[in-house]
Write a protein that binds this ligand. Structure first.
Ligand SMILES: [Zn+2]
Length: 348
């Protein structure tokens, strides 16, 4: 298990390693994947790389940095093995069997540094800050297969060898190549080196919760069905974007996407993932919203806020999903830029 920094859980294989653990590491490194997954969920602090704060929780997914104001979209797995100069030697393994969707080998082109995106049946996984990459786009990599070597690469974050890690995400891609490119051109002047696999087109979910689903053999359909929404919006558009066709199994289970629609009721998580889609058929009365509708910049699509969770708003964890303004009329809640941007990236 030495050097296993990401835990592949598919079929729970025992993985071969290319490096040998130092004797002192052996007591904390489990010998099988079943053990590894259970051990990680129980004692994650042994496997993650905290920020300078030293708090293990700072390596996890969520608003766990800078007093709960900074979002971290994945988990940072630490390095166990260094060469004499202190450079990391750990092999980064694939979480599940997948196809290589994207590789960035130019560390200066992304805050992720060198990174790999794998496409799996239900989602994408992303491995960032690598020292070197061993795979190419379109390669199929088995669960536990080698992707590269863990490192410190990034265009803008300075990561010392002492805090070398692999930043791991479980992601959903918002826009396809065309729609994301259109959104990017409207919002940025600089070049997009990464096409639709640019980090701002990917929304991460909590890897620990997904790992737990695998361990308990709980279906991801159930996981997303039971997820709490921070906001529900009404999107008036007859289009059926690639995002929902691709993710229908998880986000619109049982829905017939060949039928015409006049609008969508979409639920968003507090970090902006549109995880539940309900089509509204033509000639059906649309639900009423109290908030004014907003038109998306590139289309005639109208978006309205139908409901939101005040508890999430008050704890300030909505990340621009909705915005609260104080006016003469009292507290006014409006759609946040994250929802509007994510809908635009999707192609509305
Ligand atoms: Zn990270």
């Amino acid at each position: 298990m030495a050097g296993v920094v990401v835990l592949p859980v598919e079929k729970l294989p025992k993985i071969a390693t290319t490096v040998t653990a130092k004797p002192e590491d052996k007591k904390v490194i489990p010998s099988t994947q079943v053990d590894a997954v259970a051990e990680f969920l129980k004692n994650y602090s042994l496997y993650v790389q905290p920020t300078e704060s030293g708090r293990a929780s700072s390596a996890l997914f969520g608003l766990i940095r800078e007093n709960g104001t900074k979002f971290h979209e994945g988990i940072d797995f630490k390095s166990f093995l260094k060469d004499k100069s202190g450079a990391p030697l750990d092999v980064v393994h694939a979480f599940l069997t997948g196809k290589v969707a994207y590789v960035n080998t130019a560390p200066g082109h992304s805050s992720y540094g060198r990174y790999v995106v794998l496409e799996h049946e239900d989602f994408l996984t992303l491995y960032a800050h690598l020292q070197s990459v061993d795979v190419r786009v379109s390669d199929t990599v088995a669960a536990g297969g080698k992707l590269g070597i863990l490192g410190t690469s990034s265009s803008c974050i300075s990561i010392p060898n002492s805090r070398a890690h692999v930043h791991f995400e479980i992601d959903f891609r918002l826009g396809d190549e065309t729609h994301f490119a259109q959104w990017y051109r409207r919002n940025y002047k600089d070049q997009n080196f990464h096409g639709m696999y640019n980090g701002i087109n990917l929304v991460g979910v909590d890897p620990r919760q997904i790992i737990e689903c695998f361990q308990k053999k709980q279906s991801l359909v159930t996981y997303f069905r039971d997820m709490k929404e921070a906001a529900t919006v009404l999107v008036t558009s007859a289009s059926i974007p690639e995002f929902i066709k691709k993710n229908a199994k998880l986000f619109a289970p049982g829905i017939d996407l060949t039928r015409p629609v006049q609008a969508w009721k979409i639920k968003f998580t507090w970090y902006g993932l549109p995880f539940h889609w309900e089509p509204i058929a033509p000639q059906t009365t649309l639900p009423k919203s109290q908030s004014p509708s907003v038109s998306l910049p590139a289309s005639s699509t109208k978006v309205q806020l139908l409901s939101y969770r005040i508890s999430l708003l008050r704890s300030a964890v909505l990340r621009d999903v909705v915005q609260e303004k104080q006016s003469a009329k009292g507290t006014e809640v409006t759609l946040g830029t994250r929802i509007l941007n994510n809908l635009s990236k999707i192609g509305f």
